[in-house]
Ligand binder design. Structure first.
Ligand code: HDE
Length: 708
């Protein structure tokens, strides 16, 4: 049920749609082809002929079907949608698309960072969160991540951090994973990466769904109002479905069962009309407060705690249409944080400044030249009129003989623009009086205070997951010296964290930083380590996933109903109808696909069997009653399904007739907790839905040396 309600951008895209239905086959020049199976040959058994232009036309195109994948964020999924402004911020920004009530078409792309284009969605990784707003004043791109801080402070180190995390250059291993020597070698030498490394070792890096993650602009930007007054701003996307994760062991298994898990989830949700929504929030910082905080707002390894500067919601994004064609839209979309509209401007964050070069440069390479703006997905709704011409793949046909400025022969057009009496884009006239230096501000030198804030603001299960993730990753590092060096960094953040990870690695963390780490840090700040300033906030509930708004809904959650022939339809419907009422989905899984016969008679076509499905791809599990229980008792995959669901802390319900099956599983009497819902014990429907609302029962997790 893809939403075909058009917006101006989808109408523009639709003009390029080609439908081959009821058409004969032609070459790219429109010549009809009557044989698409055989090349032209000199005799039946003879060699092929060079003059076979039909074959050449086909193969020459095929040979060029691949373009360079993005050097980072290669793996991604996109969707169209709309952004609607719900609060008046005209006092801060003159951007037309931020005017109260304005609806702007958007295209949004989510991505992993390290893996290649064909890698798994469930890698432990940052997720990209890029939004292209097709505004009436031109395209505006907010190219963010699902983590609000970054590894490095200066753009100069970007290729280094990427080379370190990507597969190692000698053997191109491992794919889409940070758990290897070069990544931790780099991170352990860069104390500025400490804060972000905690975020990627947290559950934020293994989201349940793109639809259930926050997005952040990361850098501080500026809003500019009509009077030219600037206000610093941080952007936040808050998902309406809450912020949720999977367990790390699940993530690894999902990668095998369904490497497209997040892509499929987004696609199916939109296809079924469950349009995902995010509220856009802003933290506004008056220009006068630029230097007010214990951290530098220009430092991209720092966030502004929401308790210090609250997030104000200003609008909502709804994704409501899947692309018609992955390559034409999701692959060819060209994001660039350097594309602004009047009313928004950059700050001097040195990472942001460095991004200004890289994105257009990479699109010129990846999309084959300077005309990528003309691809349907990138074309501004606002149109374009300038003297740029020619280049590979040029589509627009400029009229007349004038392509320079100033001119008189073209009537002076295109002229210096005024839009509704306003000038076009004007850079904020910040006064700068400085000497050129290749270096960085001492206000960037405190690397551990916010890492500590993050760790100490997590709930106990979240902290445990971080400890387990560090233990997993560092166990995969072969060089003991690297493990030890990273432990020293963790010690600076929180000795309890370092000791817990050290215990899992069989190492004692050192209390002081490694000499090599110090040497590198002192290159940037000769007096490193500096005395850390007193933070304004030492606990931020907003940093934990557990407290996010939207947490209590079960909308779009998938519940596995484990059935077999003879299952009771009334027992199925008892829970199914209640779940559907709450917007969740019941998926029947049986011993085979095809027709399932109910105990009461009647049949249903089943699409999923134990052969193809696993508990890791579902949020919760239910075994209905009926004669099916006898068949399930003989089904090893059924038992495995329940056991895995139990290990991954899911809600598991049994109809009364199915309760005996528990004896076949690892759920011994001692282990029955509130997540094991038994019909004989009370109201199955309400209890099950309540547990599902809590997402997972993390308290069920077993103590283990290294959780894998
Ligand atoms: Fe990117 N980044 N980046 N990045 N980035 C790219 O551009 C780069 C950074 C982000 O869905 C590339 O089109 C530099 C921060 C996203 O198509 C490239 C630096 C943040 C995407 C590039 C950064 C991001 C990219 C690769 C440091 C979060 C995917 C392909 C100075 C705020 C966009 C491309 C999409 C993509 C460069 C740092 C987010 C090479 C040089 C910080 C979401 O241009």
């Amino acid at each position: 049920m893809n939403n075909k309600t058009p917006n101006k951008k989808t109408e523009m895209i639709d003009k390029n749609l080609i439908d081959n239905n009821s058409k004969g086959m032609t070459t790219n020049d429109g010549v009809y082809i009557h044989d698409n199976n055989n090349t032209l040959k000199a005799g039946e058994r003879g060699p092929s002929l060079l003059e076979d232009f039909i074959y050449q036309d086909k193969l020459a195109h095929f040979d060029r079907e691949r373009i360079p994948e993005r050097v980072v964020h290669a793996r991604g999924s996109g969707a169209h949608g709309v952004f609607e402004v719900t609060a008046d911020i005209s006092a801060y920004s003159k951007a037309h698309f931020l005017k109260m009530g304005t609806k702007t078409p958007v295209f949004t792309r989510f991505s992993t960072v390290a893996g290649f284009k064909g890698s798994t969605d469930l890698a432990r990784d940052v997720r990209g969160f890029s939004v292209k707003f097709y505004t009436e004043e031109g395209n505006y791109d907010l190219v963010g991540n699902n983590i609000p801080v970054f590894f490095i402070q200066d753009a100069m180190n970007f290729p280094d951090v990427v080379h370190a995390v990507k597969p190692e250059p000698n053997n191109e291993m491992p794919q889409a994973a940070s758990a290897h020597d070069t990544f931790w070698d780099f991170i352990s030498l860069m104390p500025e990466a400490a804060h972000m490394s905690l975020w990627i070792m947290s559950d934020r890096a293994i989201p349940r769904s793109f639809r259930m993650m926050e997005g952040f602009g990361v850098h501080t930007f500026r809003l500019i109002n009509k009077e030219g007054k600037s206000t610093f701003v941080k952007f936040h996307w808050k998902p309406r479905l809450g912020v949720h994760q999977v367990a790390w062991q699940e993530a690894q298994k999902i990668s095998g069962y369904d490497a497209d898990f997040h892509r499929r989830d987004l696609w199916e949700a939109i296809d079924k009309g469950n349009f995902p929504q995010w509220d856009l929030g802003v933290q506004l910082i008056p220009e006068e407060d630029e230097q007010k905080y214990s951290f530098d707002i220009l430092d991209p390894t720092k966030l502004i705690p929401e308790e210090l500067v609250p997030v104000q919601i200003i609008g909502t994004m709804t994704l409501n249409r899947n692309p018609e064609n992955f390559f034409a839209e999701t692959e060819q979309v060209a994001f660039d944080p350097g594309r602004l509209v009047p009313g928004i401007d950059f700050s001097n964050d040195p990472l942001l400044q460095g991004r200004m070069f890289s994105y257009a440069d990479t699109q010129n390479y990846r999309l084959g030249g300077p005309n990528f703006h003309e691809l349907p997905i990138n074309r501004p709704l606002a149109g374009k009129s300038n003297n740029q011409k020619d280049g590979f793949g040029r589509q627009d046909i400029l009229k007349g003989k004038v392509s320079y400025f100033p001119n008189s022969l073209g009537g002076g057009c295109p002229y210096h623009a005024l839009l509704n009496g306003e000038k076009g884009f004007e850079s904020h006239n910040e006064k700068i009086d400085a000497k050129k230096i290749r270096g960085r501000s001492i206000s960037f030198a405190d690397h551990f205070t916010q890492a500590r804030l993050f760790f100490q603001s997590q709930t106990a299960p979240e902290q445990k997951h971080i400890i387990n993730a560090f233990s997993f990753e560092l166990s995969k590092v072969n060089e003991v010296a690297v493990r030890q060096r990273e432990l020293a960094i963790l010690y600076q953040i929180d000795p309890a964290l370092a000791n817990a990870v050290g215990k899992n690695l069989g190492l004692d963390p050192s209390k002081s930083l490694d000499e090599l780490t110090l040497q590198f840090a002192r290159h940037n700040h000769p007096d490193y380590p500096i005395k850390a300033p007193q933070p304004e906030v030492t606990f931020s509930a907003a940093l934990s996933m557990a407290t996010k708004p939207g947490q209590g809904t079960i909308r779009t959650r998938k519940v596995a109903f484990l059935v077999a022939n003879g299952v009771s339809k009334s027992s199925v419907d008892n829970l199914k109808i209640a779940l559907e009422k709450e917007g969740a989905e019941a998926v029947l899984i049986s011993t085979t696909v095809g027709l399932l016969t109910y105990q009461e008679g009647g049949q249903e076509d089943i699409q999923h069997s134990y052969l193809t499905e696993a508990s890791v791809c579902y949020d919760a599990i239910y075994t209905p009653g009926g004669d099916s229980v006898h068949l399930l008792a003989q089904e090893p995959d059924y038992v495995q399904f329940i056991n895995e669901g139990f290990r991954h802390c899911k809600a598991i319900a049994f109809a009364k007739q199915a309760e005996n099956l528990i004896k076949l599983t690892m759920i011994t009497n001692k282990r029955i907790d509130k997540g094991i819902v038994l019909e004989s014990q009370g109201d199955l429907v309400d209890s099950f839905i309540n547990v599902l609302k809590g997402h997972r029962l993390w308290e069920r997790e077993e103590e283990r040396k290294v959780a894998v």
